[in-house]
Design a protein around this ligand. Structure first.
Ligand code: FE2
Length: 427
């Protein structure tokens, strides 16, 4: 028996030490030891071998545009939307495509091999849609790119958004998006959730709505999304992104809301970097942190993943395409500090996000697609703590990014510092 590639001796996220044998684009064997020929052997001894990172919430049409044509002075969501409106007037298809491709290069180097990006459909030219459809095709060998038709300025608030969203779906965008809290009234927001869910049901598509990205405790569109998901049979195919208003909601109301979300099997995608940056901007003190109720939802079995949302764009001035940054921030803001919760944060940016996106072919198991990441860390918790180098990234059986392990830094006394800051907690 022979393999095209063997990843040898790595530690899997569950602590198992194993060799992974790859044939073609598929994981063909996972055994304690594989004594077989291979086209190439990657020594992962002592390193973490993980499924690829997955980002279920991003805006690739805006990424890497920070400072064009100006920066967001107030730091609010609303100024970000206004600034994006200014940028849309001047950007070209080539610029959007090239920025998105540059981001995809970053993503691959970070082991981020699946991304769900929203793409603005409030532009009669549908320039972003056209650009990202091209990007999706170009990056397909490395990245599963899902596109969400996103009427950024409101399905009803923007005069041609409805028509353009449908055009985008006809062009090949595969998920229905929306922004109910940005419609003119709460009633319009509710109506938009219904119409968008109906559109998804009619076409057999998934739906992923920006839901209640606000500090307003009365913004309750997630309730309507749960209701429509159940009414239209969209269970397992619907997601509510952000859901920041839940941070501020009345506790009694939430005690009724969460079981409804669980019953409807709606996934929730908080975006901790951007949520903590944008929310609470109208508060003095105490200042709300604007993150949805992650642990409380997980306790009820609701699928919650961490999303990145933005990197260097009108809403967020930082970011590196590293989903471990996202997990690190999420862990802090949601106070997920127990060992089990810290490990869960790693699982959220890999396996849980893949499930939210319906990517059943990802995962470390025989028969799954041979896409994986070797990290300079001993286990998932250490990976979140260190956000370490991705030593090797394999996509569809091919090595697509590689870097040598760094030498230990020198301490002030000229002796090697603790190697790569790794630390083993006593069993
Ligand atoms: Fe978003």
């Amino acid at each position: 028996m022979s393999f095209d590639l063997i990843v040898k001796g790595g530690t899997l996220p569950d602590g198992t030490i194993a060799d992974i044998g790859i044939r073609g684009e598929t994981i063909a064997a996972i055994e304690p030891t594989l004594a077989a020929e291979a086209g190439r052997v990657i020594d992962a001894t002592g390193d973490l071998v993980s499924p690829p990172f997955v980002d279920p919430h991003f805006h690739m049409d805006a990424t890497l545009s920070y400072g064009i044509p100006r920066i967001n002075a107030s730091g609010t969501l609303l100024e970000g939307i206004a600034l994006w409106g200014e940028l849309k007037q001047v950007m070209t298809l080539e610029e959007v495509r090239d920025r998105a491709l540059a981001y995809c290069d970053w993503a691959v180097s970070m082991g981020l091999l699946a991304i769900r990006t929203h793409v603005d459909t409030c532009d009669d030219r549908l320039l972003g849609v056209e650009a990202l459809l091209e990007v999706r095709k170009q990056v397909a060998p490395c990245i599963d790119l899902q596109l969400v038709a996103f009427p950024q300025d409101g399905l009803y608030r923007d005069p041609t958004a409805r028509e353009n969203t449908i055009r985008a779906l006809d062009m090949g965008v595969e998920i229905v998006g929306g922004i109910p809290h940005f419609e003119r009234t709460m009633a319009d927001g509710t109506r938009s959730v219904t119409e968008l869910c109906e559109l998804a049901a009619e076409r057999g598509l998934m739906v992923d709505l920006h839901c209640d990205e606000t500090d307003d405790p009365h913004s309750r569109h997630i309730e309507q999304l749960a209701y429509e998901t159940q009414r239209l049979g969209l269970q397992g195919r619907a997601a509510g992104s952000h859901c920041t208003s839940m941070h501020s909601m009345d506790n009694y109301y939430v005690s009724k809301l969460l079981p409804l979300i669980a019953e409807a099997d709606v996934s929730i995608i908080p975006n901790p970097l951007i949520n903590i940056m944008l929310q609470g901007r109208h508060d003095t003190f105490p200042k709300r942190r604007g993150l949805t109720r992650v642990k409380e939802m997980q306790a009820l079995g609701i699928r919650v993943g961490w999303g990145q949302d933005c990197v260097l764009d009108p809403w967020y001035s930082l970011g590196t395409a590293d989903m471990l940054d996202v997990a690190f921030m999420g862990l802090h803001v949601a106070q997920m500090s127990s060992p089990a919760d810290m490990a869960k944060c790693f699982d959220m940016v890999t396996n849980v996000n893949a499930r939210i996106m319906g990517l059943d072919h990802l995962g470390l198991a025989v028969g799954k697609r041979a896409s994986l990441v070797v990290l300079d860390a001993g286990n998932p918790i250490e990976a979140v703590r260190l956000r370490p180098d991705r030593l090797c990234v394999v996509s569809r059986g091919k090595v697509v990014s590689e870097r040598p392990k760094r030498d230990a830094a020198l301490s002030i006394a000229g002796r090697p510092a603790t190697i790569n800051r790794r630390h083993r907690v006593a069993d």
